[in-house]
Design a protein around this ligand. Structure first.
Ligand code: ZN
Length: 277
């Protein structure tokens, strides 16, 4: 029997009483397993196999089998307030869906697990805003090895801060093309200087990830300076920065994000705290 801290990303009913559950775990990355009798057994699964649950999972792997056997799941951290408001629920749904679509099964993603755990804890602690989600998205990119290059042009390596003309953000390049190089590509989006500055601030903030060992592997907290970031994400820039993160994430996702399509307005900057006072 093996055991690992894990976050439930997805579940579905299977037959009369079983559940198939996909988790992001410390020990084995993302994997799916079957929980026999999950809908009946309060002893082995006391309401713990729900999306967003942060659990200590006991499981058995079978050689060459697609599904593990989930034996028991006990709650590590209850995050009851995630269901308190539409904003929290939407944000948390975005977090688990993005983590799911950014990973393939059995690819070890220790850092991404830490980012997802820290983000769900943050959403539980208080109403999330666009800054919460943008910090999460950039931290998730960095943790998955897709840290974008925001300082130098991907074409000529010139520093972008001194560029006066429009520059182009290209997802497949994981970075930007300066005003001289931007004609090389047609995709992506033109980015304003204000949005580039905001992305730089986000990157600096996420770059100061602090490890807080809690016995469940390193947990990263990208939200230490969230208030500073939120102060700079004015509505016009917030929407542009949200689109920029979407452009950067899209090449690394398996499938479109349902959370963005269905709940885009909530996630993209219509949160109350970003409106001018
Ligand atoms: Zn260039």
């Amino acid at each position: 029997m093996e055991s690992t801290p894990a976050i439930v990303l997805r579940t579905r009913e299977f037959g009369e009483s079983d559940k198939i559950v996909t988790v992001l775990s410390v020990a084995a990355g993302k994997f799916s397993g079957i929980a026999k009798g999950a809908k009946r057994s309060q002893r082995r699964f006391p309401g713990t196999l729900e999306v967003f649950s942060h659990v200590l999972l006991e499981y058995r792997r079978r050689p060459h089998a697609e599904l593990a056997f989930l034996e028991r799941a006990s709650l590590l951290h209850p995050w009851p307030r995630i269901l308190d408001s539409l904003e929290r629920f939407t944000a948390a749904s975005h977090v688990v869906e993005l983590a799911d679509k950014m990973t393939v099964e059995s690819e070890i993603g220790d850092d991404l697990y830490g980012v997802v755990a820290a983000t769900l804890a943050r959403i539980n602690a208080g109403e999330p805003g666009p800054a919460t989600l943008r910090l999460f998205e950039l931290a998730a990119l960095n943790a998955s090895g897709y840290r974008p290059e925001l300082v130098h042009c991907r074409g000529c390596r010139r520093p972008l801060a001194s560029d006066r003309g429009p520059i182009r953000l290209v997802g497949s390049l994981g970075g930007l093309l300066c005003s001289l190089c931007r004609a090389q590509e047609e995709g992506g989006m033109l980015l304003s200087a204000a949005a580039l500055e905001c992305l730089g601030l986000l990157q600096t903030t996420v770059g100061r990830l602090v490890a807080r060992g809690n016995g469940a592997g390193p947990v990263f907290d990208p939200f230490g300076e969230e208030v500073v970031v939120a102060g700079r994400l004015l509505p016009r820039v917030a929407r542009e920065v949200a689109t920029a993160l979407d452009v950067l994430l899209t090449p690394h996702l398996r499938g479109r994000l349902r959370s963005l399509e269905l709940l885009g307005p909530v996630l993209r900057g219509s949160f109350r705290e970003t409106e001018p006072a």
